[in-house]
Write a protein that binds this ligand. Structure first.
Ligand code: PLP
Length: 426
């Protein structure tokens, strides 16, 4: 007779590293889960979710890019491993794009690395820079914008370090004096050698702020003065609707190659978020570090994606497509902002951005908590937003909206806000 087997459960959770034990999933995925849970209830009351949360384009990618993808599926060797840094044809395409778009010369062999999306690249460089520490006094730091892309803090803390906030304020057009942040860190007892890098992000998520070249020059001087790595997150470099604020590359600045690495993404401008494709360019030792960390984790990107990606970043027709899509984002922003105005929002002082598809919206005056507002507008009106504090404590008082929905749905957002009582000054 078979005896009943007894099994001894292992406390797997108890095995988690002290760094990962109490960490939460990425905020956008937590929001997405809550929306899935609430959907039946929202649908039942005629308020199916309208998602202004995640920054993911809803327009399809350029047809020519998809065609390129399908064309090369049967090429010999295309389904085999690539290399960590990417195929040379992909890195050459990156070098060509950097030259054409920014007038920057980079060596495809040593100053370029392919990425599984720029989020991965950022996490890899943070991991390679930070020596994990449990003791607070010994922690290593990266300076990051606040409000800023939520993944910076997640990835830095996940690597065993800490993020030190660079406060972004409208008074200086979101172009803070980095030296002030440095001095603040020193005043808190952090030693210079504990700070490994500074992250800048223009056009910025969540604000949509842009930076002139003179600001980039100041950033390069700052990094050189303190002997730290300058990390430029340029995920929105091609999402702008006014040539007056056409985004720059940090590598346009003399001396940047000595201290800077820049991360680019194919996700947003080309509507290719699911492909997970990007690239890092810049200082050779920094690119080497990214490639080193990656070589132990993801091995490579599917060569088919690299082929289609190389085409996307160099083809003139695709470039024209991006500019058309940017015009649509500009139009949608105008439609939405006009709608907000009718609900009493102070749109003139909000200074709607001329880049990205984001809108940094102050919460109504009867609220003191952005989380509360975000929850209320979700549960009552089915409108999905991201509370400003998801981007750092300095984001209180705001929610971030991604204006990626078609015009009719953006108008429905305004209609629902009106019907359900979400006006600026009730
Ligand atoms: C500022 C910023 N950087 C990087 C990323 C990551 O983009 P991806 O990993 O899709 O290239 C995002 C995505 O939202 C972002 O907003």
């Amino acid at each position: 007779m078979m005896s009943a087997t007894t099994t001894t459960p292992v406390d797997v959770h108890g095995l988690y590293s002290e760094i990962w034990q109490n960490r939460e999933e990425y905020i956008m995925f937590r929001i997405a889960k809550q929306v899935v849970d609430l959907t039946p209830e929202l649908e039942a009351k005629g308020r199916p979710p309208l998602k202004l949360s995640i920054g993911a384009p809803t327009v399809p990618p350029p047809a020519s890019v998809i065609q390129k993808l399908t064309e090369c599926l049967n090429e010999e060797g295309i389904h085999m491993y690539s290399t960590t840094r990417g195929e040379l044809f992909y890195r050459q395409a990156v070098a060509d794009r950097m030259q054409k778009r920014f007038g920057v010369t980079v060596c495809p062999k040593t100053e370029v690395c392919s990425l599984v999306g720029s989020k991965e690249g950022l996490a890899s460089v943070f991991r390679g820079l930070i020596t994990p520490q449990l003791e607070l006094a010994k922690k290593e730091y990266i300076l990051v914008p606040d409000p800023g892309y939520a993944s910076y803090v997640d990835a830095i803390e996940g690597a065993g370090g800490l993020a030190f906030p660079i406060l972004l304020n409208p008074e200086d057009n979101y172009l803070p004096d980095l030296e002030e942040t440095w001095q603040k860190a020193m005043a808190q007892g952090i030693e210079p050698k504990q700070i490994k890098a500074v992250v800048i992000n223009y056009p910025s998520n969540p604000i949509g702020a842009t930076a002139p070249l003179s600001y980039y020059e100041a950033c390069v001087a700052f990094a050189q003065r303190h002997g730290i790595l300058l990390i430029s997150d340029n995920a929105y470099a091609d999402m702008y609707f006014d040539v007056a604020v056409k985004p720059h590359s940090i590598l346009e600045v003399a001396g940047a190659m000595d201290c800077a690495i820049e991360f680019h993404s194919l996700s947003k401008p080309y509507s290719l978020t699911g492909w997970r494709l990007g690239f890092a360019v810049g200082n050779k030792a920094a690119v080497d570090l990214v490639a080193l960390v990656k070589s132990t984790v993801d091995s490579c990107i599917f060569k088919v994606l690299q082929k289609a990606g190389a085409f996307a970043i160099t083809d003139d027709g695709v470039e024209a497509h991006i500019q058309e899509v940017n015009k649509m984002y500009a139009h949608n922003q105008k439609v939405f902002v006009d709608g907000l105005k009718t609900l009493g929002w102070p749109v003139e002082t909000m200074n709607p951005p001329k880049a990205t598809f984001y809108l940094w919206m102050p919460i109504p005056t009867n609220y003191t908590s952005c989380v509360q507002f975000s929850q209320d507008i979700l549960k009552k009106a089915g409108i999905v937003t991201v509370p400003g504090t998801a981007f750092g404590a300095h984001g209180e008082g705001y929610v971030r909206l991604s204006l990626v929905l078609p015009e009719n749905e953006l108008l429905e957002v305004i209609d629902r806000m009106k019907t359900d009582g979400f006006v600026y000054n009730p």
